[in-house]
Design a protein around this ligand. Structure first.
Ligand SMILES: Nc1ncnc2c1ncn2[C@@H]1O[C@H](COP(=O)(O)OP(=O)(O)O)[C@@H](O)[C@H]1O
Ligand SMILES: [Mg+2]
Length: 273
């Protein structure tokens, strides 16, 4: 079976408005340079690297919120590199994103149930008041929240609950791919662990393919089969978690690993995977 994503020689250049001349277009910065890799079906791939290394740009390009300036992205066998909005529409349901900051990505004037129902209606997954309510309630249960929470507003929830709502909104569509960009960064350790366990469970139950972006290798280790280490828009290493934690090849990865607090490195971890 082919990979879900096949990325070849991917390049992304974005306009740099800080250097825009008075007339004419701004110059473009090369943000991603010549990335080639695959993501298997049902695989969770971690994307790590220091701030500014291009993780978010890569994630946004995978789900085609950004267009590549070179190379190609194949999703489920189809080249989606340069599809316009209309041509992308059939793929959108399968390419879901959980955002870093749920407070800014969840509309404060909508109830939780409305927030989860909106994409369901948009993608024609459910129609009619009752069907939408049922789907939303079900999605809330799947992320371990009471359906009663559907009547509340995002700002009335805790940080962990809000992040679960973001996950519920993404998985309600039963997508094949979910991008999670730094989704546990703002949470305390115990909420982080709960969210990671939840994602691991959903991945198994729904056969999700996940790209999990984090600047923290210890977080990635809990969830992902492979880790991609990025620096300055390039892939430094891409290996299984087991290999990576047994001994990273690249000095940059060694530095990232050294930044993990020592008690986090549990000697049993390798034998568990
Ligand atoms: N919309 C944009 N336009 C121009 N440059 C951008 C844009 N977004 C990010 N960048 C630049 O791209 C580089 C990578 O950013 P980003 O993908 O956000 O990295 P990360 O998520 O790893 O912190 C940074 O140098 C950043 O300044
Ligand atoms: Mg980022």
């Amino acid at each position: 079976m082919s990979a879900l994503f096949e990325i070849e020689n991917l390049r992304v250049a974005l306009p740099d408005f800080t250097r825009k001349p008075l007339f004419g277009p701004p110059p473009r910065n090369e943000i991603l340079r010549d990335l080639s890799f695959t993501i298997g079906r049902g695989e969770a791939i971690g994307i790590v690297g220091e701030s500014g290394s291009g993780k978010t740009t890569l994630g946004r390009t995978l789900v085609r919120l950004l267009e590549p300036s070179g190379g190609s992205i194949k999703f489920d066998g189809a080249d989606i590199s340069h599809l316009d909005d209309e041509a992308m529409a059939p793929y959108r349901r399968n390419l879901q994103v959980i955002f870093q900051n749920p407070l800014s990505s969840l509309n404060p004037r909508k109830t939780v149930a409305q927030i989860i129902a909106a994409p369901l209606r948009l993608h024609g997954v459910a129609n009619g008041r009752q069907a939408l309510a049922d789907h939303a309630a079900n999605a809330l249960r799947m992320v371990g929240l009471s359906p009663d929470l559907g009547r509340r507003y995002p700002q009335e929830l805790s940080g962990g609950q809000r992040q679960r709502v973001g996950i519920a909104r993404a998985i309600a569509l039963k997508p094949s791919f979910v991008l999670a960009d730094e989704i546990v960064s703002g949470l305390d350790m115990s909420s982080q662990a709960q969210i990671l366990d939840l994602l691991a469970r959903l991945k198994e139950e729904m056969n999700l393919t996940l790209a999990f972006i984090s600047h923290d290798l210890s977080v990635v280790r809990r969830l992902c089969e492979r880790v991609m280490v990025m620096r300055q828009g390039e892939i430094v290493e891409l290996r299984t978690c087991a290999e990576m934690f047994a001994g990273p090849e690249h000095p940059y990865t060694q530095q990232l690993l050294a930044a993990i607090p020592l008690p986090e490195i549990d000697p049993q971890w390798l034998s568990q995977t």
